[in-house]
Design a protein around this ligand. Sequence first.
Ligand SMILES: NC(=O)c1ccc[n+]([C@@H]2O[C@H](COP(=O)([O-])OP(=O)(O)OC[C@H]3O[C@@H](n4cnc5c(N)ncnc54)[C@H](O)[C@@H]3O)[C@@H](O)[C@H]2O)c1
Ligand SMILES: [Zn+2]
Length: 694
Amino acid sequence: MTITTAAPAGSALTTRDEYADAIGTAIRAAAAYYGSGDSPLDDASFDLLLSLIQAYEERYPEHTDPASPTGKVAGGAVPAGEVAHTAPMLSLANAFGPQDLLDWEASVVRRLGGPVTGGFVVEPKLDGASLAARYQDGRLVRLVTRGNGTSGEDVSHAIGTIVGLPERLASDASFEVRGEVLLTTAQFERANEVRAAHGAGPFSHARGGAAGTLRAKGRPYTVEMTFWAFGAVERGGSAVLPATSQAEVMAFVAAAGVQTAAATPAGLTVVATAAEAQEQVDRIAALRPLLPFGIDGVVVKLDSLAEQSAAGTGSRHPHWATAYKLAAVERRTRLLDVTWAVGRTGVLAPTAVLEPVEIDGSVVRHATLHNPADIERRGLRIGDTVTVRKAGDVIPRIEAPVVELRTGEERPIALPAVCPGCQGEIDRSQERWRCAQPADCGRIAAILYAAGRDQLDIDGLGERYVRALVEAGRVQDVADLFALDHAALAQAAGSERRAVKLLEQIEAAKGRPLSRVFCALGVLGTGRGMSRRIARHFGTMEAIRTADAAAMTEVELVGETKATAIVAQVASLGPVIDKLAAAGVNLTEPQAERPADAGAEGIGAGGVQGPLAGQTVVVTGKMTGALAAYDTRDKVRELIERAGGKSASGISGRTTLLVAGAKAGGKVAKAEEAGIEILGEEAFADRIAAFLGC
Ligand SMILES: NC(=O)c1ccc[n+]([C@@H]2O[C@H](COP(=O)([O-])OP(=O)(O)OC[C@H]3O[C@@H](n4cnc5c(N)ncnc54)[C@H](O)[C@@H]3O)[C@@H](O)[C@H]2O)c1
Ligand SMILES: [Zn+2]
C-alpha cells in the first residue's frame, strides 16, 4: 500500500509485505514526529495507519513484528535518553466517544472492586510535548523529555524560555512537576516570524514547533514557549506532597508558582460521575475553537490518589486515566493555487485553493490568506504541502508549509500586477493592497454583500445582474436596490419573468430585521454578529444614528477605537440610510433588548468561563509590568472579556472589581467607599495569568 501525505489509504492490510511496509512507514513517521516534530503524516493519517497495523496483528498474532509501534510509549520510536525517570512517563489510553468513556469507567470499577468514590477530574489534553521539570529546594534544576517513557533527554538548556515554569518557586519545596510544553497561537506566530528573520524555515504546526524547540541547542534566537502542569511526583528525600487527590496536587503545585492545567481557560473540574465527566468533555470541546492553544482531547482521571494506585498502571498507560480524543482539526494537504478578488472596500483578498481535505467532518477546499505580506511571511509556494487548521465554524487557515516535503517543483505565488476587478492600478502603500479606485471597484462586491443571504437575502440577485445594474448607473448603493422598477430589472436580467421574481424578492427584503439591514450597510468591522449586537442594543436605526462613541462602547465587544470608527461611518452613510427609510425599509429590531439590560453578567465573549466570570471590572491608572502591553482601554477590555468578565469604564453599583495601576486616581477611594474589591496590577496579572499574552 502507499501512504500519501494528505489522504490516508483506508484499506486493510492483507499481506505480510503490506504489513511490513506499514510498520516501516509508522516507525519513520513516529521518529520524525517525536524528533524534529515534522512527520510526513498528519495525526489522522498516522492514527489510521496504526489502527490498520493493530487489526492485522489481531488477525495474525504470529506475524507480529517486535519492532511494531503498537503497545509502546511513543510508538517505540524514541531511543532511551540519558536521564532515568523517577517514575515512568506514560501515554494515555484513548476514548473516542461516550460509550468508550463508560467502558473505561466500568474497567476501573472492575479493578477497584467497587464504584469510584473519589470522583473524576477533567482537564484539557494539551497538544504539545511532554516534559518533566525537577525542582530542588525551590529551584528549577533540570528539564527532561518523556523519551521512551523510562528515560528521557536532558533539555535543561530551555530553562528560562518557558512561561509557567519559574526558575524559583515561592517556597523551597522539592518535587518533579509533569506537564505539557506548547506554543500558544501567538507564540507560534512569533516563532515563525523570528525564524523567518533568521532564514530558518517555518514550523509547520505548533506542536512540532514546541517539540523541536525544546530539543534545539545553540539557536541564535529564542522561541518562548508555555508550560501547563498536569501532574507531580515526589523527589527523593523531599517531604510527601501534601495531597490526597489530583486536584490537590495541582493546587499545591500552583501555589508554589507553577502554571497548571487548572489555569487554562478550559480549567480543571472535579465531578462525581462519568456522565458528568462527559458533560465536561462536551463543554471543553465547545470551547476548543476559542482557546489560545491547541488541544487534541480531554483527559479524565480518577481524582483520588488512593484510587489511582488501586486501579494501577499498565506498561504503556495508567489504568486510572483516559484521553477522550477530539477530532483532528489539523490536516495536511496541498496548496494548488492562490486566487485574488476585490472586496467591498477595495481590498485585494487572496484565497488559497487547496486539494480538498476532510477536517472534522467537512471538506475544506479554500483557506484565507490575509495579504501579500502574510503570504511572504509564511513563505508559501504553489505546490507546497501545507498544514491546514479548521476548528468549529472558524474559517480554515493555513498554518505553514511543510518545508521538509518540498520536491523542488514548487513555484512562487504570483502577486497581482493590476487590480483583478477593474484591471486598474493597485495601491500598495499598506500591508493590505487595495484597488486605487476602491469606490467604483468595490461597489459591485458591496452590493452583492448587501444582497447576500445573511443580509437582505435577495435571492437571485447574482453578480451578473448587479454588474449590469451598476454599469447602467441604476445602482450606486444598497438603498438604490429598493428604487428599482420592473423595466430596469428586466433590462439587467434580460427577462421579464426574472424581473417579476426579483421585484418580489426586493419587496420581501424591506421587512428584514434591523440587524440584517445594518449589516447590509457594510460598516467596516461589523459582520453578522456585531451587527446583531448593535441592532439588539439600540433597537432602531435612529438610535444607532444618534449614538456617540461612548454610547457605542456599551455594545458588547466594542472598544473605543472600534466605536469611533463605527460612529464615523454611520454618519457618512446618512444619505443612504435616509433613502432606505424613504423606500419603506424596516429599520427596527424585533428582538431588541433595552439598553438597561444589555449584556448578561458573568459570561464574557462567547460564553467563555474564566477567572473573571461574573465580575464587572473597572481598570484605572497606567498598566505596567506584566500588563504593560495592555496600554489602551480597548486592549484591557478585550483581556477582561477573554477572561470571562465584563469591562466597564466607571464605578457603579454593578462593579465588583477595581484594578488599580500606577498613578491610579479618585476611583480607588470611590471603590473603597463602596466596598468593592481592589487589586493591584500584579495581583490582577496573577489572577488572569492564563489569559495574558495570548
Ligand atoms: N503524525 C505522526 O506521524 C504521529 C506519529 C506518532 C504519534 N502521533 C500522534 O501522537 C498521539 C499519540 O502520542 P502519545 O502517546 O505521545 O500521546 P497520547 O495521545 O497517548 O497522550 C499522552 C500524553 O498526553 C499529554 N497530556 C496532555 N494533557 C494532559 C493531561 N491533562 N493529563 C495527562 N497527560 C496529558 C502528556 O504529555 C502525555 O504524555 C496520537 O494522536 C498520534 O496521532 C502522530
Ligand atoms: Zn479595481
